[in-house]
Design a protein around this ligand. Structure first.
Ligand code: SF4
Length: 475
């Protein structure tokens, strides 16, 4: 263990003193009024934020708070924010504005803004000046200090603004409130070193840092004992896992270790950067029976020229060769991707290259994005921004191409039987259950709700645009 990590651990240990005090106060409140103080966390953006929110929920649960989905009854409201898309940022501003009255009605209400937005100085300044009713402002590196910040606000009534530019924030041992018992997201690393020119993440989450394998394995073993069946390993670029560790362990080696954990039946991971996807990793995906046949492999653009402008460090041909290699090793692989349309300077020919990659690879599905300027990134300064109408035209064409490929792939699944991890009652039809195949396809079928959290074999009978329908069968 290095010194920096030790200091941080001590720092987290220091939180226990604040946690004890808050818990004592909240218990007194409960004993007096028969209700618990409540919190609500609104999470925007990626799985990383979801994961950080789970940790904050774990902390709050340990200090006598209870969750609520009604803003009006909350004593503590936390916005865990995202800077990747402008839309998410605007939503936060809108909600913060709405809370002004709530704060007037209840001056004891604590409102916090954390996550990626405060990491950017201009955004942080804007929030603190424009929204005077916000009490706590902190970033992505020090959310574990939430108890200390709540205590400071409660004791002094002063606003707390505590944002770190970067940090060795690999805190182990924090509690987490998991949404599901049967599946869990596991952060295996934080930050990113890649600086894709359109992306704000390296500026908000800092440089890449990997957790120690023994910490990851310990967390997963504990989850497995508690009944967890599926883990999703998270990182901005999981393929470079281990590079920041003193004793180098590759992501492939980590997969082999997790594959040996009893009770875990499925291993997923995301996100994979194509430039770091090694032969060793392809072998591990093939050899580890618990690693599912699904790979999310963002290609962003099919044009090597645009990829260079994006600083992605691979070209069209390299991506296609990689996909061929993966398909050869794992013929059943389901591939999904991210694509940006209308990156600065994108010509019709560049866009045709994107369509060409989509057709050649045959993605099961794709997250498609219209390029939007993110201030503070190099691409925002590029002169040759694409007019909105052209972006939209290309976007529609891309979506139509992806949808038709995806429909064909889904059609070919009819009549075949797949193992489904049952996750929920279907949102569209309450008489149906919904779950995912190993290849991440959403399947709806009729069955008893006792199956939630368990596996079922489902024969596919129908395909819809966004999901499949089927019937339960015995194998
Ligand atoms: S790999 Fe690129 S897109 Fe992904 S988080 Fe890092 S900088 Fe952003």
């Amino acid at each position: 263990m290095n010194n920096i990590k030790k200091n941080i651990l001590n720092d987290y240990d220091n939180q226990k003193e604040y946690m004890d005090r808050i818990k004592e106060r909240n218990d007194v409140f409960f004993n007096k009024f028969g209700i618990r103080r409540k919190y609500m966390i609104l999470t925007y953006g990626c799985q990383m934020n979801e994961h950080d929110s789970e940790r904050m929920e774990g902390l709050l649960g340990n200090i006598g708070y209870e969750t609520t989905s009604d803003l009006k009854e909350a004593d503590l409201i936390i916005f865990n924010t995202c800077l990747v898309r402008e839309n998410a940022e605007l939503k936060v501003y809108g909600k913060l504005g709405e809370l002004k009255q709530l704060k007037k009605d209840n001056p004891n209400l604590i409102i916090a803004v954390c996550g990626c937005m405060p990491q950017k100085e201009e955004v942080r300044d804007y929030i603190t000046k424009k929204y005077r009713h916000v009490d706590l402002v902190f970033g992505t590196h020090n959310y574990y200090k939430l108890p200390e910040m709540i205590e400071s606000k409660t004791q002094t009534n002063n606003r707390v603004v505590d944002v770190w530019e970067d940090g060795e924030d690999l805190i182990e041992g924090m509690p987490a409130k998991r949404k599901y018992g049967y599946k869990a997201f596991i952060n295996i690393m934080k930050g990113c070193n890649n600086f894709c020119t359109y992306c704000i993440v390296p500026y908000t989450r800092g440089r890449e840092r990997s957790r120690l394998p023994e910490d990851i394995l310990g967390e997963i073993m504990k989850l497995a004992k508690e009944g967890c069946k599926e883990v999703t390993l998270l990182g901005q670029n999981v393929n470079s896992y281990g590079k920041s560790l003193e004793s180098k362990v590759s992501f492939a080696q980590l997969l082999y270790m997790i594959n040996d954990i009893e009770g875990i039946r499925r291993i997923r991971f995301m996100t994979s950067h194509p430039k770091d996807l090694s032969d060793e990793l392809i072998d591990a995906m093939k050899n580890c029976k618990k690693v599912v046949e699904h790979l999310h492999l963002p290609f962003q653009s099919g044009s090597s020229r645009i990829l260079k402008k994006m600083n992605r460090k691979y070209g069209k041909e390299q991506y296609l060769v990689l996909v061929e290699k993966i398909k050869k090793a794992i013929p059943d692989i389901s591939l999904t991707t991210d694509i940006i349309v209308g990156f600065p300077g994108e010509t019709d020919e560049d866009f045709e290259d994107t369509l060409d990659v989509v057709k050649k690879v045959g993605f099961d599905s794709a997250f498609t994005f219209l390029y939007s300027i993110r201030t503070g990134t190099p691409a925002a300064e590029m002169k040759d921004q694409i007019p909105d109408d052209i972006k939209h035209e290309r976007f529609d064409k891309l979506l139509a191409t992806i949808n038709s490929i995806s429909a064909k792939i889904n059609q070919d699944m009819i009549g075949r039987t797949f193992e489904v991890l049952v996750e929920n009652i279907s949102k569209n039809d309450k008489s149906m259950l919904s779950g995912r195949t190993r290849s991440f396809k959403l399947v709806h079928f009729k069955g008893p709700k006792e199956l939630i959290g368990k596996f079922a074999n489902v024969k596919i009978t129908k395909t819809k645009t966004w999901f499949l329908e089927g019937e339960m069968v015995q194998r």
